[in-house]
Design a protein around this ligand. Structure first.
Ligand code: ADP
Ligand code: ADP
Length: 231
C-alpha cells in the first residue's frame, strides 16, 4: 500500500533553466520512513513542498493516502500531513501549548479537547506539560523546540509526516537523542514518513528505504540501507 506516491513529477520554477525536481517517481509505503538524501540544491525541499501542496508540480501526479493531493483542500491537507522543518517554525509570540494546538484549533476542536491533546503530545515528546506548556519558544533549547515542532505536527494525528532536516541545526548529541526518540515514536505510531537529510549516517539510521537524489534533481538510487551500502 502506498502512503505517498509521486509519478513522473517534475517541477520547474519560473525562469529556471534546469528543473528543481526532474521526473521523480517514488512510492512511500504506509508505515515506512523513506529518507530523501542528496546534496544542497538537489530538490529535497521542493519535493516536500510539492507533497504538502505548498507548490504545484509542472507535470506529474502526487497522491497522499490514496487521494490525489490536488483534490485535498487546506484543512483536509492538515489532517493528512504533519510538517516539521529545520528551525521548527514555531510562532515566537505564542506559548508552546498554543503552537502545538494550532491545527486542532483550525479544525475547531473544543478547548478541553485541545488542552488534553496538547498535554498528551508534550508527554509523548518528553516535555512534561506542567513545566513546558506555558513557555515561549525563546525559553527552550534548540532540541526542545524541535520536540515541540514534532508535537505540533502530530497534533491531529495525521497518517503522513514530512520532516525536512528537522535535526539539522542541532548539536550531535541532541541530534542522536532525537533520532532515537523518533525511531521509538515511530514504533508506536507507525506513520508514513518522508525525512529529508544530507547526512548519510542519519539516512542509514532512520530510513526503511533511502532515495538518493543527484545534482540533476533525479533519483540516482533507491533501496533499503543494506541495498544502498552494497552498491
Ligand atoms: P534542496 O532542498 O535539495 O537543497 P531545493 O528543493 O531547495 O533543494 O532546490 C532545488 C533547486 O531549485 C535549486 O537549484 C534551488 O536554487 C531552486 N529553487 C528552490 N526554490 C526556488 C524558488 N522558490 N524559486 C526558484 N528556484 C528555486
Ligand atoms: P504560510 O504559507 O503563510 O507560511 P501556511 O498556512 O502554509 O503559512 O503554514 C502555517 C504553519 O503551518 C507553518 O508553520 C507551517 O509550517 C505549518 N504547516 C504547513 N503545512 C502544514 C501541514 N500540512 N500540516 C501541519 N502544519 C503545516
Amino acid at each position: 500500500r502506498a502512503g505517498i506516491e509521486l509519478i513522473n513529477v517534475t517541477k520547474r520554477y519560473p525562469g529556471q533553466k534546469t528543473p528543481a525536481v526532474d521526473d521523480v517517481t517514488l512510492t512511500v509505503p504506509v508505515g515506512e520512513i523513506v529518507v530523501l538524501l542528496g546534496p544542497s540544491g538537489s530538490g529535497k525541499t521542493t519535493t516536500m513542498r510539492l507533497i504538502n501542496r505548498l507548490i504545484e508540480p509542472t507535470s506529474g501526479k502526487i497522491t497522499v493516502a490514496g487521494r490525489d493531493a490536488l483534490g485535498l483542500n487546506p484543512t483536509e491537507l492538515r489532517r493528512h500531513i504533519g510538517y516539521v522543518i529545520q528551525d521548527a517554525g514555531l510562532f515566537p509570540h505564542m506559548t508552546v501549548a498554543t503552537n502545538v494546538g494550532l491545527v486542532p484549533q483550525m479544525l475547531k476542536w473544543d478547548r478541553k479537547r485541545i488542552a488534553d491533546r496538547v498535554d498528551e503530545l508534550l508527554d509523548l515528546v518528553d516535555l512534561p506539560p506542567d513545566q513546558y506548556r506555558d513557555r515561549y519558544p525563546r525559553e527552550l533549547s534548540g532540541g526542545q523546540r524541535q520536540r515541540v515542532g514534532v508535537a505540533r505536527a502530530l497534533a491531529a494525528d495525521p497518517p503522513v509526516m514530512l520532516m525536512d532536516e528537522p535535526f539539522g541545526a542541532l548539536d550531535p548529541i541532541t541530534r542522536e537523542h532525537l533520532q532515537d526518540s523518533l525511531l521509538h515514536l515511530q514504533d508506536e505510531l507507525g506513520k508514513t514518513i518522508v525525512f529529508v537529510t544530507h547526512d548519510i549516517n542519519e539516512a542509514l539510521k532512520l530510513g526503511d528505504r533511502i532515495a538518493i537524489l543527484d545534482k540533476g534533481s533525479r533519483i540516482a538510487q533507491f533501496g533499503t540501507p543494506q541495498e544502498i551500502l552494497l552498491n
